[in-house]
Write a protein that binds this ligand. Structure first.
Ligand SMILES: [Zn+2]
Length: 75
């Protein structure tokens, strides 16, 4: 029973160490946080330029880089 408890503690430490390593690895790079939270990109249907989803203009047919391209493509 004593060894079972020791094994459990060892596994817990190993698991904790692995989570710490996975979380700590991207922090070594200069672009800290970008690997953990990649920005989702979409291509403009009119010109093909990739823009961030948060900055894209959404139309009836899809996403665009600007309102002008949405008007031109959906007209
Ligand atoms: Zn465009």
């Amino acid at each position: 029973m004593k060894y079972l408890l020791l094994l459990l503690v060892a596994l817990l430490i190993l698991w904790q160490w692995r989570t710490w390593r996975e979380r700590g690895a991207p922090d070594d790079t200069p672009s800290r946080g970008s690997a953990a939270h990649p920005i989702e990109m979409v291509a403009c249907l009119q010109c093909g330029t990739h823009v961030a989803v948060s900055e894209a203009v959404t139309g009836r047919l899809g996403s665009y880089c600007s309102a002008g391209h949405r008007q031109r493509h959906e007209a």
